[in-house]
Design a protein around this ligand. Sequence first.
Ligand SMILES: *Cc1c(COP(=O)(O)O)cnc(C)c1O
Length: 382
Amino acid sequence: MIPYGLHSVDGKDIAEVNKVLKSKFLTQGPKVRLFEKKIQKLCNSSYCSSVSSASVALYLACRALNLKKGDTFWTVPNTYVATANAGLLCGAQIDFVDIDPLTNNLSIHSLKIKLKRAKIKPKLIIPVHFAGLPYDQEELWKLSKKYNFKIIEDASHALGAFNNKVPVGSCKWSDITVFSFHPVKIITTGEGGALTMKNKDLYDRVEILKNSGITKQINKYKKKIKFRWYYEQVDIGLNFRLNDICAILGASQIKKIKSFIKKRNQIASYYNKTLSNFPIELPNIPKKFRSSFHLYVIKVDKKIRNKLFNELIKSKIFVNMHYLPVHLHPIYKKKGFKRGQFPVSELHSERSISLPIYPELSIKKQNKVIKKLKSFFENTKL
Ligand SMILES: *Cc1c(COP(=O)(O)O)cnc(C)c1O
């Protein structure tokens, strides 16, 4: 069988994890900080905090930016539900901005119209770097200055992606960036996530919230007690930490990120080349971006999408679809959202298929996928 995504864990990763298992610290030890520093270096960021998943990272990002009841936040329908849940868990109201049909990312055009018309302006916006392709970061940043909203980048797909020379995660054009280390993503820690942040204030807030609301910064204590056993709770949080076993796996994985991304881009180029003569819309990567190609999403005529999808699955090619528009899930219907409100995202979900792409996908397997697609189109009238 050929999955749509798969982790690559090698002997070196396993050896590193083994060492930690035999060490004094399984959690709250030195490997957590080691991993965070490696992310900082990769992203050219001064602050990184690791957590137990990207879902948690998105929630903590909203909390750190003080999103609360009475506030409104916006995101795109074309994302995993966690992006939207983050703000809803803070008690805020949600609304959506449609995507651009070429990039599948937040449409700056739709956003401008919506911002002009909106009676209630968003306190923050969460754009997604869909499939690993950066959204238009500079334009969104400009709008955030004009309309006074914060930005959390959902970069769950985009560790290792670039906008010109600027790595995703630098927070040059945002307040916080969030990454996922779920096994299908660019690197893995089993489960895990991280936030990079624009400033120390946000970093301190996240560190407190992920440690049950406890501060260990002596200079922040209300009381002037300096015993080692003393601590103060200053906010309400939970334990959202990443442990050292996961962190060392991530630190070992991140050493290979260049080759992972190169391989993903090679696989994408090969699909581009071999599928160009078929009635398939291929991914469109504007020149200034380097995609991390977490996903390789094709779009076909919606009349044949399900048939093609099922035929691929029948041949044990486990393609997927990203994403069911968030606003069409039952809990959003209850809030009053309807089909037809975000037509580009809706059509995207009716036309797209995520083909297999992962560093260890062999040419032989990729050729099997391509052959299946070719025979489908040779035998299907459009
Ligand atoms: C995977 C993913 C998440 C959630 O990541 P977890 O680490 O599984 O919590 C959030 N947003 C997007 C866009 C994702 O793809």
